[in-house]
Ligand binder design. Structure first.
Ligand SMILES: Nc1ncnc2c1ncn2[C@@H]1O[C@H](COP(=O)(O)OP(=O)(O)OP(=O)(O)O)[C@@H](O)[C@H]1O
Length: 307
């Protein structure tokens, strides 16, 4: 499958401060890629480099299989729509009028406007002044502006920021259906992984400019094993066995807490406990939520940095 966006060791320094550190992004055609990281992680800067709005310090960007250069930048960006930072639009004009201005700037026929309004569900409100729009409607108008010209790549920087749950839900459905409805490959950033869960096929987690994870949500869920709770009838018999194996023996009311471990190791331990007469009566394996995985990934990277 062709990669629509690819970066190779992309770096950005502001003075001595590295804000994007050897970023290797790979966004396959037809996917919705969630670019996730805490505030200040370097998401916006990376997206701006993809759009040629910020010059990279080193590394390269490929869009639709072609390396971006000063010479072909404008041509490649003609196939790219973006919504960076807060949505724009003249508040005293209607959505239709705003889209006409953008269509003229992009040299796109006005007949395309009806289609993009339909995609973002603003047809009914197209003649309302944008000043009367809710934030969610303004965000959707921003996406409609980005969609004019039928781009192959859509780059959206935190389009769900500040939306209420209903607006968020609408945005999720809109983005998730975007490749099918418009053919565009989507790169969308957020600082909340949970929020992205229902709309992305692939995620890249970034912190302090470095990629901590890149893969599918299924692969990310493999990091989801949390602690194990083991309830035994005789804690005093169980404790020495666990201690001997170097396992922490935290216990409360007959429930022992063990760290995550592979199934075969757990099976061995349970067998030994059973043979010793400790009596295993309950075993609960906790799974971490995506948000917890995200926090543990970003926190462990922070701890490594602080060492
Ligand atoms: N023009 C600039 N000059 C100096 N530093 C900058 C500039 N733009 C961004 N930075 C710094 O780069 C780092 C990354 O910022 P960036 O906006 O890319 O992060 P982000 O992940 O998009 O965060 P947020 O979710 O808060 O928008 C931050 O420490 C920020 O202060």
């Amino acid at each position: 499958m062709q990669n629509m966006i690819e970066t190779k060791d992309l770096c950005k320094m502001y003075g001595n401060h590295t804000v994007v550190d050897h970023l290797n992004l790979c966004v396959p055609k037809g996917c919705v890629y969630g670019f996730i990281g805490p505030n200040g992680a370097g998401k916006s800067t990376s997206m701006k480099m993809l759009l040629g709005l910020v010059h990279s310090t080193s590394g390269s960007v490929r869009l639709m299989g072609q390396e971006m250069t000063e010479q072909n930048r404008i041509r490649l960006l003609r196939h790219t729509g973006s919504l960076i930072e807060s949505p724009s639009g003249y508040l005293h004009l209607t959505a239709q009028e705003n889209l006409q201005i953008i269509a003229d700037l992009k040299d796109v026929k006005h007949t395309e406007i009806a289609h993009v309004l339909d995609v973002v569900h603003l047809t009914q409100d197209k003649d309302k002044k944008v000043g009367q729009y809710s934030l969610g409607m303004k965000q959707r108008l921003g996406i409609a502006m980005a969609l004019l010209g039928n781009p192959e790549i859509l780059i959206l920087d935190e389009p769900t920021n500040g939306l209420d749950p209903a607006g968020m839900q609408e945005m999720r459905a809109l983005i998730a259906g975007m490749p099918e409805k418009t053919g565009a490959t989507v790169l969308i950033s957020s600082h909340l992984l949970g929020e992205m869960e229902q709309m992305v096929n692939r995620v890249g987690i970034i912190n302090h400019g470095k990629t901590l994870f890149d893969g599918s949500l299924q692969e990310l869920r493999k990091h989801s094993q949390g602690d194990l709770n083991l309830r035994v009838l005789d804690v005093l018999k169980a404790m020495p066995i666990l201690r001997e194996k170097g396992l922490p023996t935290v216990q409360k009311d007959g429930v022992l807490t063990l760290p995550p471990m592979p199934d075969f190791r757990l099976a061995e331990i349970v067998q030994e406990l059973a043979d010793s007469g400790a009596g295993v009566v309950e075993l609960i394996r906790h799974t971490k939520s995506l948000e917890d995985i995200f926090l543990s990934l970003t926190q462990s990277a922070q701890e490594v940095r602080e060492k």
